[in-house]
Write a protein that binds this ligand. Structure first.
Ligand code: PLP
Length: 396
């Protein structure tokens, strides 16, 4: 099978050659001065991606799940109450992680395909007059359903309820691909990872931490050692890590940040929006429906698409893989068998996206879906022709 075919799973994402080369380095001494020269600017530049000046960024050798665990264990104590909405597999798994750490999770159950309900968060917080809720958890981009939520609205709901709870946001599949504003939205903990918008190998959890969250880490009693904020911040301060850092990924991250800044974050977001629009145009032309209920919820990094009644989405993704050698995301949790997902984040151009759309279309035709071959591809082509801007093509 050709490794030239892009993956269309919503992470890990395609790694551009420039980043693969950057990660291909010989071992170096992480206590030598040149490592110190790498680390400080890296952490400083990551703050620009989170859009924080008041907070700081901590990184750990882990995937995004490790980032969740770091956020929770460093700032909360067993028995603490947190408020979370469940509207997809990732928000569900974050809740599960909290429960396993002995937290008392108040859950707002939502239909999958809906976004974070700012109004319901506000109601629950207003009812919590004793301020028992210590943290509010929100998944910015629910990768299982292709839903982006309005974090600013959740912040306004917290403020309107005059509640001191901290705001924790999972931005694993949104950071560096869609607009994210840690300071403006008053986010205390923003959890991400290396293998989605940063276009790198999996292996680094990247966390934006507010001053309030760092302060909370001084008294929080959930056990942690490897993921300890205090140890990491103190070591970073001296230019190092408390243990062996994932050097290759850090060199990749340096290059990734350079690529993102060369393209310009606004242009990166615009490219994702434009590519996503093309994918959605194809879905519309096929006569299929997105899991995301309304346009304002549409994610620009992943589209979850219901297959028609009587078809099984797992058969579709298996068939595309077996026949055309391309991977797409399967339906997760409630969506298993009912929906497949097209990941369109990271290093991607409209030309790459068209290949994925065309491959899905061929597979659907093979399996007797009621779609017209070429309809989705041409709808996307029309969108990309209409909106073509050569300057946006730089990130391949
Ligand atoms: C990918 C992802 C994660 C983390 O998954 P890992 O496999 O641990 O990196 C968490 N939340 C969301 C929304 C994601 O898309």
């Amino acid at each position: 099978m050709s490794d030239q075919n892009p993956v269309f799973i919503p992470g890990p994402t395609n790694i551009p050659d420039r980043l693969r080369h950057a990660m291909s380095i010989q071992t170096m001494d992480h206590r030598a001065p040149d490592f110190i020269e790498l680390l400080a600017p890296l952490l400083r530049d990551l703050k620009k991606v989170f859009r924080t000046t008041s907070g700081q960024v901590l990184t750990f050798p882990a995937s995004g799940t490790g980032g969740w665990e770091a956020a929770i264990t460093n700032t909360l104590s067993p028995g603490d109450k947190v408020l979370a909405a469940r509207f997809g597999m990732f928000s569900h798994r974050w809740i599960d992680l909290c429960q396993r750490h002995g937290l008392d999770v108040e859950i707002i159950e939502c239909e999958w395909g809906e976004g974070a309900p700012a109004d319901l968060y506000g109601e629950r917080l207003a009812a919590d007059s004793g301020h028992e809720i210590k943290a509010v958890l929100v998944t910015h981009n629910e990768t299982a359903t292709g839903v982006r939520s309005d974090i600013g609205a959740v912040r306004r709901a917290i403020d309107a309820a005059n509640h001191p709870a901290m705001l924790y946001v999972d931005c694993v599949s949104s950071l560096a691909s869609m607009d994210f504003r840690m300071d403006e939205w008053g986010v205390d903990l923003a959890v991400s990872g290396s293998q989605k918008g940063f276009m790198l190998a999996t292996g680094m959890a990247i966390i934006g931490v507010s001053r309030k969250a760092l302060e909370a880490a001084k008294t929080a009693r959930c056990p942690r050692t490897f993921l300890d904020f205090g140890d990491m911040a103190a070591a970073n301060e001296k230019g190092g890590f408390p243990y062996t850092p994932p050097l290759q990924i850090m060199f990749g991250l340096r290059e990734s940040l350079d690529m993102l800044f060369e393209e310009g974050l606004e242009n990166v977001f615009a490219r994702h929006a434009r590519i996503a629009e093309g994918v959605r145009a194809a879905v519309g032309a096929w006569g299929l429906e997105l899991c995301a209920r309304r346009p304002e919820l549409y994610s620009d990094t992943v589209s979850a698409i219901y297959v028609p009644r009587g078809f099984n989405s797992d058969e579709l993704t298996n068939h595309i893989f077996d026949t055309y050698g391309v991977s797409f995301g399967v339906g997760l949790g409630e969506m298993a068998g009912r929906a497949f997902r097209i990941g369109h984040l990271g290093s991607l151009t409209d030309v790459m996206a068209l290949s994925g759309i065309a491959a899905v279309e061929m597979a659907m035709a093979d399996l007797g879906y009621p779609i017209e071959l070429g309809s989705g591809t041409s709808a996307a082509q029309e969108h990309y022709r209409r909106t073509a801007r050569p300057v946006l093509q730089s990130a391949a």
